[in-house]
Design a protein around this ligand. Structure first.
Ligand SMILES: *Cc1c(COP(=O)(O)O)cnc(C)c1O
Length: 234
């Protein structure tokens, strides 16, 4: 069993260092533990060491964990994977946040299906910042229109933007993608001042994302170790 506790402490230290190095408050950055392929027991270990935000990519697997851990009522569940439009209802019913909305159809369905007794669903719009043809996400030039449409939905609280920039070995190119996200975010805030979330940065590029303004970093491997997909069913 990898040492989740030590890894969490190490990642928190890295967040602290990256924030103070660029004059930011460490408390302004939320650590989202990406727990796809991990068991409910492993999540519980992280919970016991203070972790409250968990990110999941695969619906069936995540619903099982949400159910298994339902006694822990201060857990905050974030859906960060691709969304099929016929699978929006369980997401609207069981999650607190969705980072991977990239079209109005999905946002409308999530708003319509969000149960009345729950607060509005927190949403980030996923941006295809590197313009990759095969990737999910809204293109930067289409973002302003989509933000205006989503902001009008009653059961959605639009919080900001999310990106998974193209993987690259070139630090300049990597930083440039995060920088363009920050610029896009700043532009959108002129018309939508309540936006407060920039979800970017993973295990390999967290410090650079923080330097460019990330408010949520999504970290899997650095907390839980390398993933094993061999027994995945969905
Ligand atoms: C898996 C995943 C992560 C975490 O990646 P690591 O490199 O393991 O930290 C972050 N964001 C998304 C959208 C993911 O699918």
């Amino acid at each position: 069993m990898p040492c989740i506790n030590n890894n969490l402490i190490k990642v928190q230290q890295q967040i602290h260092e990256a924030a103070t190095a660029t004059g930011r408050e460490p408390a302004d950055i939320t650590l989202l533990a990406v727990s796809k392929t991990r068991t409910a027991d492993e999540l519980k270990q992280a919970y016991d060491h203070g972790q409250r935000h968990f990110g999941e990519n695969y619906l069936q697997e995540s619903l099982e964990k949400i159910d298994a851990l339902s006694a822990l009522d201060d857990l905050c569940w974030h859906f960060i994977g691709p969304i099929q439009s016929n699978k929006t209802r369980p997401i609207a019913e069981s999650f607190h946040w969705v980072h991977s909305v990239d079209r109005i159809k999905i946002a409308r369905r999530l708003s319509e299906q969000r149960p009345e007794h729950l607060p509005a669903l927190n949403i980030c719009l996923q941006i295809n910042i590197s313009g990759e043809e095969s990737k999910a996400g809204c293109l930067p030039e289409d973002t302003a229109t989509l933000v205006a449409e989503i902001a009008a939905l009653p059961r959605i609280k639009l919080r900001g933007l999310m990106a998974i920039p193209q993987a690259t070995d070139d630090p300049e190119q990597q930083r440039d993608a995060f920088h363009r996200m920050q610029q896009l975010f700043t532009e959108l805030k002129q018309n939508h001042p309540t936006l407060d979330t920039l979800s970017m940065g993973m295990s390999g590029d967290m410090a650079m994302a923080i330097a460019e303004g990330a408010t949520i970093v999504r970290i899997g491997t650095a907390i839980f170790g390398a993933r094993d997909y061999s027994n995945k069913q969905n």
